[in-house]
Design a protein. Structure first.
Length: 146
């Protein structure tokens, strides 16, 4: 994963670049080689005279050819970076789950491993649970159980 961080109109940009790079490496490293490139652009936005916000725009390129974009602006530079990185993390996770077929009607469903046992009883709706606590008695031979 290659990370490019650029900025314009911001004093003391180096600490922000370092923060963005370290945060992106930490948060997006779980996706491994499925991410090819991350571009981060930090820009100062003049809202009112004397008021300024920092805009953080993140572009993530996946190895499938898709791009994911998140853009956030905030008065606090670190808050804008944190929000943009969190948004990208969620969007990348959803996109990769969708590409792997793990998304059904907008929800991420758990993939079941081959050979795994049945799911826990607590996950079944009440109407499908066995009555009597779920315990069963196996009787062999003559007579009835006491």
């Amino acid at each position: 994963m290659r990370i490019d961080v650029t900025g314009s109109g911001i004093e003391e940009i180096e600490p922000l670049k370092t923060y963005v790079t370290q945060l992106l490496l930490f948060v997006l490293s779980r996706f491994g080689e499925r991410i090819t490139r991350v571009g981060a652009r930090l820009v100062r936005i003049q809202t009112e005279p004397g008021e300024a916000q920092l805009g953080c725009r993140l572009t993530v390129s996946l190895n499938s050819g898709r791009e994911i974009l998140a853009e956030v602006s905030d008065r606090d530079a670190y808050a804008a970076i944190d929000q943009a990185v969190d948004r990208v993390r969620r969007l990348v996770g959803l996109r990769l789950a969708k590409l792997n077929g793990e998304v059904e009607r907008g929800r991420v469903v758990a993939s079941v491993a081959v050979g795994a046992g049945p799911p826990d009883v607590a996950h079944y709706p009440r109407s499908r649970r066995k009555k009597g606590g779920g315990a069963s008695i196996a009787v062999s031979g003559k007579g009835s159980p006491r």
